[in-house]
Write a protein that binds this ligand. Structure first.
Ligand code: NAP
Length: 245
């Protein structure tokens, strides 16, 4: 593990498995103490923390449902006592609740928008002021190619991810002069629990001919979180094996 890049920590939401777990590991490799958030999967989050600690890093797991209004307070509390401020925030937690638009229930709409868009907004609103004070901050929002192009059966998910991309651009413009960057990563089909039901048939449309790996998305997040990416802001980095090329 490297030395911490700055006096602070990194927060990754939804870090108990999949892309979030890979981001937590990558940021720990970069030297950041990592707060690994999860909602229910305590065993998964504990496993990620133990793995980081075995590698010589520092991490702790914190339970909070990002779709709930109290989540930013719980996460902010976790940065006290020698961890914070959180100078890197990765809004990765997300969910799907698919259905064709004309049959979609209100609950499926609001569950997905609350977790994928309202949660990241509240977390940005709570955490960016400390980055502004530090004159350094990196926010990376994990969006999706579903936010950039049609994705049948995912009207709620697509709206949440398109909203996240719009939020990313506007926030970036508001805080760029304070040394804080705000970017998004838009993964294509990545092999995680979220895509358990996506059939291999989709690969005929992916020029790379395979699903992406969580660590390949974490590498994009790691770049956007790095010191060197200080002039990259408001952008969306698509990582989809050429699917939308
Ligand atoms: P995953 O394997 O299902 O993991 C989702 C993670 O988010 C878990 O750690 C889960 O923890 C957490 N989570 C879900 N809802 C939460 C909430 N309300 N509050 C806090 N944590 C919550 O999914 P993934 O594929 O790694 O997806 C991660 C992100 O990438 C999501 O935003 C997803 O939309 C995006 N993405 C994924 C793909 C893909 O192909 N996999 C493609 C594009 C974008 P608990 O189990 O504890 O709830």
């Amino acid at each position: 593990m490297s030395a911490p890049p700055r006096d602070g920590c990194a927060l990754v939401t939804g870090a108990s498995r999949g892309i979030g777990a890979a981001c937590a590991r990558a940021l720990a490799e970069m030297g950041w103490p990592v707060i690994a958030n999860y909602r229910e999967d305590a065993d998964g989050a504990r496993g990620v923390v133990e793995e980081i600690e075995r590698g010589g890093g520092r991490a702790k797991a914190v339970a909070a449902d990002v779709s709930r209004e109290e989540a930013p307070d719980i996460l902010m509390e976790a940065t006290r006592d020698g961890w914070g401020p959180a100078l890197v925030v990765v809004n990765n937690a997300g969910r799907r609740e698919d259905g064709l638009a004309l049959q979609l229930e209100d609950d499926a709409w609001s569950h997905v928008l609350d977790a994928n868009l309202c949660g990241p907004f509240r977390i940005c609103r709570a955490f960016i002021p400390k980055m502004v004070r530090a004159r350094f901050g990196r926010v990376v929002n994990v969006a999706s190619i579903a936010g950039l192009r049609a994705s049948r059966g995912q009207v709620n998910y697509a709206a949440s991810k398109a909203g996240l991309i719009g939020m990313t651009r506007t926030l970036a413009a508001e805080v760029a002069h304070r040394g804080v960057t705000v970017n998004a990563v838009a993964p294509g089909f990545i092999g995680t629990e979220m895509t358990w039901d996506v059939s291999d048939d989709v690969l005929s449309k992916v020029p790379a001919g395979r699903f992406g790996r969580p660590d390949e998305i974490a590498a994009c997040v790691g770049f956007l979180a790095s010191e060197g990416a200080g002039y990259v802001t408001g952008t969306t980095l698509v990582a989809d094996g050429g699917f939308s090329a």
